[in-house]
Write a protein that binds this ligand. Structure first.
Ligand code: GDP
Length: 471
């Protein structure tokens, strides 16, 4: 402010004191105070308002209660492999199709809607929580309800537990579908007992977790499950405003040789029309053609309706948020800005910490903490490594094990490492293929060892800048 007023800092501070504001050069003062000071210096004051392109073209205003109408719940199906997620999604889809339509279902677009009486339910058609987590990591909040599939003859398995944690982290309501009830070994009581260990107390036992016995194979219990979904949805009072510009999330997208980029989008608020100008992540375009999940051409889609659209310039990424906007020129400018920001982000990603650059980063004073994720084949090793590594902390850098666990290095370990600028060390475990690919892409340093001593030695050397170069 002093500079703009062609005064010294001391003069400005003195004027501020005169106004009863005791500030130093490091303090921030608000516009009103600054303009009072400026007037003392006989300067002309004008408030500069910086409006970003996003603010200009994307309507982010709150909806008035009066404009809100109920919308269909959006449901994801999660659970352990082979417990019947795909079968259940198929059973639900087909239970709802009349014989004449049945032949018409040829494609899966990543989401579909089913009817129950006059109500509708939207299902995301990608089973498993990987897609769900990726979307959430990208900031997309898409699902309202998770159906947790547990095979009645198998009970809760590791991926069931993961799914529970993911659903809870996203605060979505959980409905348990106890599947494979037709099997002779089905033991739903046992499943319910196991659920209580994860704070999911069945409704029958006075808790608030609905548990519905089903058989995806024999198609029994499907209607009960749908009814329960509607009931839970009603309690959540899900609403949206169909009378505004559409906003939602890209569920999946691909490039079609003939038709160009094709994206499945879930409209979450507003109504999407053919001809609308869209911004989706770093892509832009105009909705050329729109079809529903049954492949039928439609001209508009309201809240909770999944649609497939063509007309984007480029293939967006699953989890990208899209907005219908009014100004195509500004939309293109916005996308350009986002692309540049992304490039910069990627460039910065290249300066991720690795054992090879650790010492340089420490010298530059950029590294005060070395974050490490430890994965091992047995819990004992995880603990031993954690303790030895944390003891390596010195005056310059603190060694911090932010996560430790048993099992292969997974996609979510890499995601955590990326987010926290951590390196990953593995003992007698390897990264799974997806984790390996992502680590390479994101520049996450993954080091594999058989002997704890080797790891300690290597990290200690790296901290001293004496790591032997790798050939
Ligand atoms: P996902 O890996 O969770 O998607 O499981 P799938 O839907 O692929 O099912 C795994 C296996 O379990 C397949 O062989 C299915 O036929 C079978 N399966 C799924 N649901 C049922 C069921 O209700 N009863 C029986 N007996 N088998 C089922």
């Amino acid at each position: 402010l002093a500079m703009r007023l062609k005064a010294t800092a001391a003069e400005v501070i003195k004027k501020l004191m005169g106004l009863g504001v005791f500030a130093t050069v490091n303090d921030v003062i608000d516009f009103d105070t600054a303009s009072l000071v400026a007037m003392e210096f006989h300067a002309k004051v004008e408030k500069e308002v910086v409006v970003t392109i996003e603010e200009q073209i994307i309507d982010d205003s709150e909806d008035e209660d009066d404009n809100l109408v109920p919308r269909a719940p959006v449901v994801v199906v999660m659970g352990h492999v082979d417990h019947g997620k795909t079968s259940l999604l198929d059973a639900i889809r087909h239970a709802n199709v009349t014989a004449t339509e049945a032949g018409g279902i040829t494609q899966h677009i990543g989401a579909y809607q089913v009817k129950l009486g006059d109500r509708e339910v939207t299902f995301l058609d990608t089973p498993g929580h990987a897609a769900f987590t990726t979307m959430r990591a990208r900031g997309a909040q898409v699902t309202d309800i998770a159906v947790l599939v547990v095979a009645a003859d198998d009970g809760i398995m590791p991926q069931t537990v993961e799914a529970i944690h993911h659903a809870k982290a996203a605060s979505v309501s959980i409905i348990v579908a106890i599947n494979k009830m037709d099997k002779p070994g089905a033991n739903p009581q046992h499943v319910m007992e196991q659920l209580t260990e994860y704070d999911l107390v069945p409704e029958e036992w006075g808790g608030d977790t609905p548990c519905i016995p089903v058989s995806a194979l024999k198609k029994t219990g499907i209607k009960d499950l749908l009814e329960m979904i509607i009931l839970v949805a009603d309690m959540k009072e899900l609403k949206a405003n169909p009378d505004r510009a559409a906003k939602g999330t890209v569920i999946e997208a691909r490039l079609d040789k003939g038709r160009g980029p094709i994206a499945t989008m879930l409209v979450q608020n507003g109504t999407l029309h053919t001809g609308d100008i869209l911004v989706a992540g770093t892509t832009v375009g105009r909705v050329r053609a729109m079809t529903d999940a049954n492949g039928k051409k439609i001209d508009s889609a309201g809240p909770s309706v999944p649609v497939e659209i063509t007309g984007l310039d480029d293939v967006p990424t699953g989890g990208d948020i899209f907005n219908a906007v009014s100004d195509e020129r500004l939309a293109r400018e916005l996308v350009e800005q986002r692309r540049n920001a992304l490039k910069e982000e990627r460039f910065n990603a290249r300066t991720k910490v690795t054992l090879d650059n650790l010492f340089d980063q420490m010298k530059q004073g950029d590294m005060k903490e070395l974050q490490i994720i430890v994965k091992a084949d047995v819990q004992g090793s995880v603990e031993a490594v954690r303790q030895s590594l944390e003891k390596l902390s010195n005056d310059e850098v603190r060694v911090n094990v932010i996560h430790g666990g048993v099992g292969a290095i997974s996609e979510s370990d890499v995601m955590l490492a990326t987010a926290s600028n951590a390196i990953i060390v593995g003992f007698n475990v390897r990264p799974d293929p997806v984790a390996e690919e992502n680590a390479k892409r994101d520049g996450v340093d993954v080091r594999l060892y058989r002997i704890i001593y080797d790891c300690i030695d290597e990290i200690e050397s790296a901290m001293k800048g004496m790591l032997a170069p790798k050939y």
